[in-house]
Design a protein around this ligand. Structure first.
Ligand code: MRU
Length: 383
């Protein structure tokens, strides 16, 4: 399996996703500032991956401070340092809630530790480092559970045959998480159970996470798959010979009512799924569910630069992959045209059949509502 994040005792490296799928190169992240830039510049993407890289980036910085004997004994000073850096990391990208959720949890932990009688600065640092590291391992385990629950649900509800074909959007695999993936984890699980007939992935314009990252991962893991442009999805779903049984996507934030922010184009796929009577599923860990946001209209959608729509980047065709690659930028739009480039859209809960989490698949209750809050005490989750 591909590994987006390598971490060992304060040494953090991430696979530079700006160079994929042409060059597999790891870059070191030694500080919160390095982490902020890696996230902002899209060297690492995907809701769970950016949260984990942010927390481990600060861990890496704390490790270095400790190695240089520069950790203050004062709990208050260390608390302020950690909380200030967490607040800064959260400003790197606005839509995915995993980042602010992770920062909030570690901020609370740090503040609680700092009030313990007799606690020292180095002890607070140690508890932060431990907690950040645990997030890495937990995300991987959660994804494996998501994969399992999603595959079981699909085989029960989305196909009458022994196998199923699935369409996915954007990148939700090992590269977007600490490993295995969410929506792509469901596809991986179907494949490992030998029930995946075929996977389809969209190109995911304008940033091409699908053609650059998901396609790369599907080829890497030898999962039978085909790439389509986003505009081909309707025709694919209409083709009875293809027989897509389900669309599975990831999420950047799921509101308390189930409305889901995910990569631009997700909403359109959900509308298509409804029209064609195909199951539409969101796969996301509980860290992506934001009970503090009541509905999709409260989610901030990141606006991205015009250049992502008006030009594309890549090596010249036929360039041999080496340890570095020169990426050319090619303009593909008429100069002077105005551009709208929201990075995400909101899929209304009404169009979603199920939300696959690590504790099971949530379906709507008889009144047509998702009980997302109930998920946290595991009462409505079904696998
Ligand atoms: O802009 P990106 O590449 O960070 O967007 C990624 C997505 O929208 C993913 O679908 C989402 O974060 C889920 S990743 C498991």
């Amino acid at each position: 399996m591909l590994q987006a994040i390598k971490y060992n005792q304060g040494n953090l490296e991430i696979l530079d996703q700006l160079q994929l799928p042409f060059v597999e190169k790891y870059i070191p992240i030694k500080s919160a500032e390095d982490g902020w830039h890696a996230i902002k510049d899209m060297k690492v993407r995907g809701a769970p991956a950016i949260a984990i890289v942010a927390m481990l980036a600060l861990s890496a910085e704390l490790h270095l401070l400790r190695a240089a004997n520069n950790v203050s004994e004062s709990p208050e000073e260390i608390r302020n340092l950690i909380v200030t850096k967490l607040d800064y990391l959260v400003t790197s990208r606005p839509t995915a809630v995993n980042l602010s959720d992770a920062a909030r949890k570690l901020s609370t932990l740090t503040t609680t530790q700092a009030t313990r009688p007799g606690v020292t600065g180095p002890e607070i640092v140690e508890s932060f480092i431990q907690a950040a590291q645990e997030m890495l391992g937990k995300d991987l385990e959660d994804n494996q559970r998501i994969g399992h629950h999603g595959a079981e649900w699909i085989m029960t509800h989305a196909t009458k045959s022994d196998t199923v074909s699935v369409l996915t959007h954007c990148n939700t695999g090992s590269l977007a998480t600490s490993g295995y993936g969410t929506a792509l984890g469901v596809i991986r699980s179907l494949s490992s159970k030998n029930v995946l007939r075929h996977a389809y992935c969209t190109e995911t314009r304008p940033y091409n996470q699908g053609s650059r990252l998901t396609a790369f991962e599907l080829v890497h893991d030898k999962i039978p798959a085909t790439l389509i442009t986003d505009s081909m999805a309707a025709a694919l779903l209409a083709d009875a010979k293809v027989g897509v049984g389900a669309i599975v996507v990831g999420a950047d934030r799921v509101a308390a009512n189930g409305d889901t922010a995910n990569k631009i184009g997700t909403y359109g796929l959900a509308v298509l799924a409804k029209h064609h009577g195909i199951k539409f599923l969101v796969a996301a860990p509980l860290t992506t569910i934001d009970l503090a946001t009541s509905s999709g209209s409260d989610i901030i959608i990141e606006q991205r630069p015009e250049s992502e729509v008006t030009s594309i980047k890549g090596p010249r065709d036929g360039t041999e992959a080496t340890d570095t690659v020169v990426l050319d930028t090619v303009r593909i739009a008429a100069p002077g045209i105005g551009v709208w480039n929201p990075a995400f859209d909101i899929t209304p809960a009404a169009l979603i059949d199920g939300i696959i989490t690590e504790v099971g698949v949530v379906e709507k209750d008889p009144t047509g509502h998702f009980d997302m809050a109930g998920l946290f005490n595991n009462s409505t989750a079904r696998s």
